[in-house]
Design a protein around this ligand. Structure first.
Ligand code: ADP
Ligand code: MG
Length: 476
């Protein structure tokens, strides 16, 4: 009963099949929905977003640890975003070999040259963790990464508690069902957006969601839009292309798109190279960055979320730069770091390569990319390193200790796939939201959580990639 879910229940296939049908309907009723792969821009056919049949166990102490550290992560990201020297030093090697990061950095430099116009900063991020259980060692909470742009599933995860509560009730597990936590990141994320909108100070101005061409996950975003509409804040959805066609700045650098003044640009796109289809899309990003609109994130905050910055932060003494008089905060943040290693040219990078080649299964090799499915594991680490080890291209990667969570058994409900019991690994994310005006932190909160679970046979990949599924933590 490691779960709180009795093993007889997990093994009772007749009951599991019945419950799966109930579960899918519960997800449909609650709005845990995604458009389908083949028609991502049509609302004529939608399906449930993938999810677990049962919630997954998470030790309460680690849940509370991650929740408590979130405001410090918010502060850290914000401080990094305001530190051009640190960004420049940290990203220099990556920029030398990674065109995409170089391009983003170029925008950052152009914005600095012009001088930042807007003193209101809005940050919405998600810090992701796994619980590491090495042989014979104690369990510990380790950060996988922090997403400072387009962190998703705050909407759908807000509806997941009621889905699992219902399933457990139907399964006769009323007591377990009462242990499912409330969770409403959509509300908290929207609260921060609304605060930034209010500080911007124009009733007519709108919140613009900058969205992808492929709108498969639009319903996740709609939950946040709806929270804004409830506050009488108008939201619009535009693509880079739309901004490039109908966007302009007035003489005060106010941003207008389709003749509507934009108070807040909320990027749910723009973090992968293929999101920019042409030079015009890059020009549109630059125009938004140079505007008076509040950017979520601004370009500095976007860069603060890079994997290279994550690796640099783990070096001795670096966190102290951002929390000079707060040793307890440094300790609290550092406790969540896994081992992270540079591949920059030089002796330290050489040492990293030797270590990775000797025991590749202990590590994950990460290129400077977001969005799932890019990391390299096992034997493939050796193949890639053999190719790049003697040249500057190796600087496009960082190496990280591989986190080894304890697997649990569950059923993953995914459209079109057979129902079978799986060994699963979970990743726990916390949503951070903050608003700063000049020197004044107006809001700095942890606004909810996200548990994603995948079969242990998959090393990588998120919900959008079709690998991980939505879940709820069951604290014990
Ligand atoms: P992305 O920006 O693509 O989301 P992540 O760093 O979050 O990159 O990695 C993607 C996935 O790979 C994670 O969700 C997790 O499942 C797996 N992963 C990443 N880093 C590690 C690690 N250090 N140990 C084990 N698994 C990892
Ligand atoms: Mg990730």
């Amino acid at each position: 009963m490691a779960h709180g879910i009795p093993s007889e229940l997990l093994m009772n296939t007749t009951l599991i099949n019945d419950l799966a049908a109930v579960a899918k309907d519960a997800a449909l009723l609650q709005g845990v929905l995604m458009r389908i792969k083949d028609s991502p821009n049509s609302s004529e056919v939608v399906s449930y977003a993938p999810f677990t049949l049962f919630p997954s166990p998470v030790p309460k102490a680690f849940f509370l640890q991650a929740m408590a550290v979130q405001p410090h992560y918010n502060t850290l990201v914000d401080k990094i975003s305001q530190d051009p020297d640190f960004l420049q030093e940290s990203l220099a090697s990556t920029i030398a070999v990674d065109d995409f990061t170089a391009r983003l950095f170029k925008i950052h430099q152009l914005v600095l040259k012009d001088g930042r116009l807007q003193s209101i900063v809005l940050g919405l991020n998600r810090s992701d963790y796994m619980l590491d259980q090495k042989e014979d060692g104690p369990m510990s909470l380790k950060q996988i990464e922090i997403n400072t742009i387009a962190a998703s599933f705050g909407g759908l995860s807000s509806r997941m508690p009621d889905v699992h509560r219902h399933i457990l009730q139907v399964a006769g597990q009323v007591e377990v069902s009462q242990r499912i936590l409330d969770n409403n990141p959509a509300f908290g994320l929207a609260k921060a957006v609304a605060k930034a909108w209010e500080l911007y100070g124009s009733k007519r101005a709108v919140v613009m969601f900058l969205v992808e061409e492929n709108q498969r996950n639009v319903l996740d975003q709609r939950f946040i839009e709806n929270e804004l509409w409830k506050r009488n804040i108008v939201t619009i959805r535009k693509r880079f292309e739309d901004v490039s066609e109908s966007g302009k700045l007035d003489q005060d650098k106010r941003l207008f798109v389709d003749c509507q003044e934009v108070a807040v640009v909320y990027f749910r796109n723009g973090y992968m190279p293929h999101n920019y289809k042409s030079e015009k899309d890059w020009d549109a990003r630059l125009m938004m960055e140079c505007s008076l609109a509040v950017k979520c994130p601004d370009i500095g905050t976007h860069l603060a979320g890079t994997k290279k910055v994550q690796q640099v932060l783990a070096k001795p003494g670096v966190l102290e730069r951002f929390f000079p008089d707060q040793p307890q905060v440094v300790e609290q943040v550092r406790a969540t770091f896994a081992g992270l290693y540079t591949l920059d040219m030089g002796a330290e990078g050489d040492k990293t390569i030797a270590m990775a080649l000797a025991t590749p299964d202990r590590f994950v090799l990460k290129p400077q990319r977001e969005g799932g499915g890019n990391n390299i594991y096992g034997k493939e680490i050796c193949e890639v390193l053999d190719k790049v080890r003697n040249g500057a291209d190796r600087m496009a990667y960082i190496l990280m200790d591989r986190i080894q969570p304890v697997p649990t058994q569950n059923y993953l409900l995914r459209r079109g796939l057979p129902l079978k019991i799986s060994n699963c690994l979970s990743e726990l994310g916390f949503f951070g939201a903050y608003v700063r005006q000049g020197e004044d932190m107006v809001m700095n909160d942890c606004v909810g959580h996200l548990l994603r679970t995948k079969s242990s046979e998959h090393f990588d990949g998120g919900v959008a990639a079709g690998v991980a599924v939505l879940d709820n933590p069951l604290l014990f």
